[in-house]
Every structure is written in C-alpha cells, then in structure tokens.
Design a protein around this ligand. Structure first.
Ligand SMILES: Nc1ncnc2c1ncn2[C@@H]1O[C@H](COP(=O)(O)OP(=O)(O)O)[C@@H](O)[C@H]1O
Ligand SMILES: [Mg+2]
Length: 448
C-alpha cells in the first residue's frame, strides 16, 4: 500500500473527504484564481497527512520531503485555502492543528449508535435494503418509515441499513424510543450530537431546538434513526395517534418531511402514524415500507443455527410462522429442546403452536380499540373471508359504516389484517387474517 493509500484509508473513516476536496477547490479558486483549478495531488497529500494527525515534520518524513519545503508549501497554499473556507482572516492560522480544528465541525463524520443492537447474525433482506437505499440515497427522501408487526425485524433492518449507507452521510445517529423520551429531550440530544456538544443549552425552548436541528439538517447530510415510534402512541384508540404527552412528535415528523434539507429521518414502528400515511407517495419525499417475513433462504439460517433436522419440513415451518424471525427463533428453540430438533414430530403434536409468541402479540393487542378487537374476533372466528357489509352485519348494525371503515384502516395500519380480492368476486375487497394471529385471537378473546 502506498503512503497515500494508507492516509486515505484512515481519513475516509472519519472525514467526508469528497466534500472537503470540493469545498477546498472553491476556496482555492477564491484565494488564487490564477492557479490551476482544484487541489493538486501534493496539496491533497498534505491535507490527508494533517488530517491523520501528523505534524509537518512527521509528514515530511512520511513522504520523504524536507520539513522546510512542506512548511513553506503549506503556508502558500493549504493554510490559506482553509482560512478562506472557514471564513477566517488571511494569516490567522497559527498552527497545523488549526486545520484539523477548524475543519472538524463541518467535515468530520459523526457516528453515534447509542444502544443499537448487534447485527452480526443478520440474514437476507436484500430487496428491502435495496429499496430503502434507493429511496434514501438516490431519491433523497426526507422521511422514511419501516412498518411491521412486532418481532418481524424492523430494528435490525434499520441498523443494517444505516451501517451499509453510512458513508453517504456526514452524521449518523441511531436512537431507541423505548424509554419514551419527550420530543424536547430527543431533539436536545440530537442537536447536541450534530453540533459536537457545542450548542446544547438545557434552557432552550422546543421550537428553538427544532429550528437549530433543522439548520443542521440543511447544512450537513444526516441520517437520524428513531426506533420504536409505536411506544409513543395511544392505547385503546385507533392506530397511529400519539399519546397526549408525545403529540409534538407528529408535527416534528411533518416538519422534517415537508421542509427543504439534505437529511433523512428513518423511523421504525409497528403502526403507521397518521402524518406518514398522509404525506407518503410515489413522488413524495416521504415513504413507508411494510416489512414482511424473511424469505426462505434467510429464514432457513435461523433454523440451521438451532440444529433443527429434517430440512424438507422447514419450508412448511417457515410458512406457518410467516418468516417472522422472532417467531422462528421461539418455535425452533422449542423444537430443539422438546423434540430433539425434529420438526415433523413437533407438527404432529402442535398444529399452530404459539408459546411465547403470545406475549409478543399481547403487547400489540393491548393497543387496540374495543371496536378493533370485535372486528378482528369476527374475522378470526368466521369460516370464510368477510367483506365490509358482512362484517358490519356480524358486528352490529348500530355501529356506523364510517366507524367500521376507520377500525379496518387502523387494523391494516397495525399490520394485523390484510386486504385481498376473492377471485369469484373480483371487484370486492375482503379482509383476511394470518392463521397464527387467528389462533391467538381465538385463544385470547374466546369470552367475547
Ligand atoms: N434479517 C434477520 N436475520 C436474522 N435475524 C433477524 C433478522 N431480522 C431480525 N432478526 C432477529 O429477530 C428478532 C427481532 O428483530 P427486531 O429487529 O428486534 O424486530 P422488531 O424491531 O420488528 O420487533 C431479533 O432477535 C433479531 O436478531
Ligand atoms: Mg424493534
């Protein structure tokens, strides 16, 4: 590896080098319009060396030059361009360290992963990763949501994606909303990170903090991931409504989606929020991806590491558990422990085993409104798929059509039911429920 390649390898991990070259080119043109355009190869090498933390004398020995030559080159070129670029007076740069110090706030990459989970055993999801990358990197969407039922892999996918595309951003921040922070707290934390802890005052108002954050989202390309938005939403109401204490999140997301900037807010949630549903669209900078189960090949990996045998049976198992990685982890652990890994024996005893899967579904069902519970129960116990009027008839004629429509929409936004067309009745929408959820609903609400 040449000296130059070694420098680049170190520097590009921490610095947005492409942007820095681009901006220094403009600064050079301003400072010395008669000189050849763009940084010369030597100027680039000096810059990279300084950003690696070598002083001019160390740099001289690294690239086999005299220290005096380097010092005089630097004071005729790079130091002056850096002054122009950072809006300083000519000759105000006193030490080589000023180069690093002055460039840092705008060009040093910041990565702050907080409690992001480890994703070393992540399988598949190539299609979803490609779609999200297309939206976020190529089409520069400003607000993107990954929506899916609990345990399907939203959190893991958000981390995998952010790690894969991090080089396209200057700042990456990943935060979990598990501890239900007020918006003020989260925005204060984000501002503190994007400004490198320089502009954070606890007395600032929420509006001032948001304004400050938006300023940085315009100035620098940031990817902010907020994981688990559903924890801020109401229970016993329709999907996607924020709890009283977290109403401002809706306005905040709307503002991020609507205002002009070069950054992206990526959300994960088990319910689609109202503002995303309203703003999203094919040509809009707001999108949402409904996350389904893993494909066969990826899901098989989960079973493989638990030493399940009888591979031909796995397809059936994966389909029955909808490729949901959490369900598959739970059920394959049971098969390994109770049936020595034999899937066929497990199937002969349990047609739709739920086990600890019930606890995961409990969390999701606690959020439902009474009407949603009645509707999903009717769908679960019906011997066939139901359309809107059939459903209404079974619920009770006193409940208005509008209320039923809203509750169906809410169940769809929670990924608990799906729409389809029955082939014999092409122009009619019917509502369907996955077998596993059907089993859960019947078990849990059989007293209804
Ligand atoms: N693509 C994947 N490959 C392997 N395991 C996965 C994958 N996605 C998720 N998992 C596993 O499934 C479980 C649930 O994933 P998580 O991302 O927390 O789901 P969610 O956020 O949707 O509730 C975790 O144990 C995680 O490691
Ligand atoms: Mg999650």
């Amino acid at each position: 590896m040449t000296q130059r390649e070694e420098f680049i390898q170190i520097v590009q991990k921490y610095w947005d080098i492409a942007k820095l070259y681009e901006d220094l080119k403009i600064a050079k043109e301003k400072y010395a319009p008669h000189k050849r355009q763009g940084l010369s190869e030597l100027e680039k090498e000096y810059l990279l060396g300084l950003l690696c933390g070598y002083n001019p004398t160390e740099l001289a020995s690294k690239i086999c030059k005299q220290p005096s030559t380097i010092n005089s080159d630097l004071s005729r070129s790079l130091y002056r361009y850096v002054e122009v670029l950072t809006g300083r007076e000519e000759n105000s740069l006193r030490s080589w360290q000023d180069v690093v110090c002055w460039l840092e706030p705008k060009y040093k990459r910041i990565e702050n992963w907080d409690s992001a989970p480890n994703i070393s055993n992540f399988y598949g999801r190539d299609r979803e990763l490609a779609t999200l990358e297309q939206w976020i990197v190529k089409e520069q969407c400003r607000l993107v949501a990954i929506i899916g039922i609990g345990g399907i892999g939203k959190t893991s996918l958000s981390v995998k994606l952010a790690r894969e595309i991090k080089d396209k951003f200057q700042i990456i921040i990943w935060r979990s909303l598990r501890y239900t922070p007020r918006l003020e707290e989260i925005v204060g934390d984000l501002v503190s990170v994007v400004t490198n802890h320089q502009e954070f005052e606890s007395l600032e108002t929420l509006e001032a903090r948001i304004e400050n954050l938006l300023k940085f989202l315009r100035l620098r390309r940031c990817l902010i991931v907020l994981d688990g938005l559903e924890t801020l939403m109401c229970t016993n109401k329709l999907a996607g409504e924020y709890h009283e204490c977290y109403q401002e999140y809706g306005d905040f997301c709307r503002e991020i989606g609507n205002s002009e900037h070069q950054s992206c807010l990526l959300l994960t949630s088990s319910e689609k929020s109202a503002e995303i549903a309203l703003l999203e669209g094919k040509n809009s900078p707001v999108r949402s991806l409904k996350l389904e189960g893993l494909q066969l090949k990826a899901a098989k990996n989960i079973l493989q590491v638990r030493n399940l045998v009888e591979e031909p049976e796995w397809v059936n198992l994966i389909q029955r558990y909808q490729g949901n990685p959490t369900y598959l982890k739970i059920v394959s652990t049971t098969i390994a422990e109770v049936f020595q890994g034999r899937t066929s024996e497990f199937f002969s005893k349990n047609s739709t085993y739920l086990g600890h899967i019930s606890e995961i579904l409990d969390q999701q069902f606690e959020r439902l409104s009474d009407l949603e519970i009645r509707i999903i129960y009717k769908l679960a116990t019906a011997q066939k798929t139901l359309n809107h009027p059939e459903l209404q008839k079974r619920i009770c004629l006193q409940v208005s059509t509008t209320k039923i429509t809203d509750a169906l929409q809410s169940l769809i936004r929670r990924c608990l039911i799906e729409t389809s067309s029955v082939s014999s009745r092409e122009k009619e929408t019917v509502y369907t429920i996955q077998p596993l959820i059907r089993k859960y609903v019947i078990n849990r609400f059989s007293n209804l």
